[in-house]
Ligand binder design. Structure first.
Ligand SMILES: CC(C)(COP(=O)(O)OP(=O)(O)OC[C@H]1O[C@@H](n2cnc3c(N)ncnc32)[C@H](O)[C@@H]1OP(=O)(O)O)[C@@H](O)C(=O)NCCC(=O)NCCS
Length: 213
């Protein structure tokens, strides 16, 4: 059973650290946006907006020291076998103190709990992920949906991120397709429904006729 928002999953990973890792809650949304979009401005990560972050907030873990957000990361399920580790970020004042690794460890534990066989990541920091047991893979071996987010990326036609995977289940490479994606996932235009006659099923009961006194 997963922890509830606000409840710690893990105490400090590093001996001297004082942070905890816990599921994200709505009060973390703004600090997470600030952290991710700060890195997005440097073209290190994809930007996020409030709506999509809230929509996927249950994917997120955060590392916090009291009220201060030190880092965040998410596990997004894609197929019955595969999940993506994404939106991993540690604030620049707190890097190299074990926060990133603590988040990755917890997200991989979640992956095991859910029965995920392969966790993949797109990254510019393969050295960091190698330390947690990921290895470089062919990007074409990732499922179609992994390309959904890429559509918003200015580097869509010249992606320079490195694809890596962590095998939760030994031999799970068999679950990775070796076919390149046929078509990117495209969301349709925003079409609002036209309003019709409201349909009300809970009609009020007819009143009993008034009796003359
Ligand atoms: C990459 C990032 C998450 C690492 O977080 P962190 O908290 O600094 O990492 P940790 O302190 O847990 O480091 C764990 C190990 O990885 C190493 N490491 C950290 N960053 C590294 C990097 N960029 N390259 C190579 N190794 C790295 C550390 O030295 C440490 O090694 P050790 O255990 O031998 O001492 C963080 O630097 C960050 O947020 N970067 C900007 C956003 C980003 O690139 N996110 C990844 C998106 S996929």
């Amino acid at each position: 059973m997963r922890n509830h928002p606000g409840e710690a999953i893990a105490p400090a990973a590093a001996d001297s650290a004082s942070f905890i890792v816990r599921p994200a809650q709505l009060s973390d949304v703004q600090p997470i946006l600030d952290l991710i979009n700060g890195y997005a401005a440097q073209e290190i990560m994809l930007p996020r907006n409030e709506v999509e972050l809230c929509e996927g907030l249950r994917d997120f873990l955060v590392a916090v020291d009291g009220d201060q957000l030190l880092g965040c990361g998410a596990l997004h399920l894609y197929t019955r076998h595969m999940a993506e580790l994404r939106s991993l970020a540690v604030s620049s004042e707190h890097t190299r103190s074990g926060v990133g690794q603590a988040l990755v460890r917890e997200l991989l534990d979640q992956a095991k709990e859910f029965g995920v066989d392969v966790v993949f990541v797109f990254t510019y920091v393969p050295g960091f992920f190698e330390k947690t047991g990921f290895h470089i893979i062919d990007r074409a071996s990732l499922p179609l949906k992994a390309w959904k987010d890429c559509l918003r990326c200015p580097k869509f036609t010249a992606c320079d991120e490195i694809a890596m995977a962590f095998m939760v289940t030994p031999g799970a490479e068999i679950y990775m397709s070796h076919e390149p994606p046929e078509l990117p996932y495209v969301e349709g235009p925003l079409i609002m429904p036209k309003l019709g006659q409201p349909r009300v099923l809970d009609k009020p009961k007819p009143r009993a006729p008034k009796r003359d006194k």
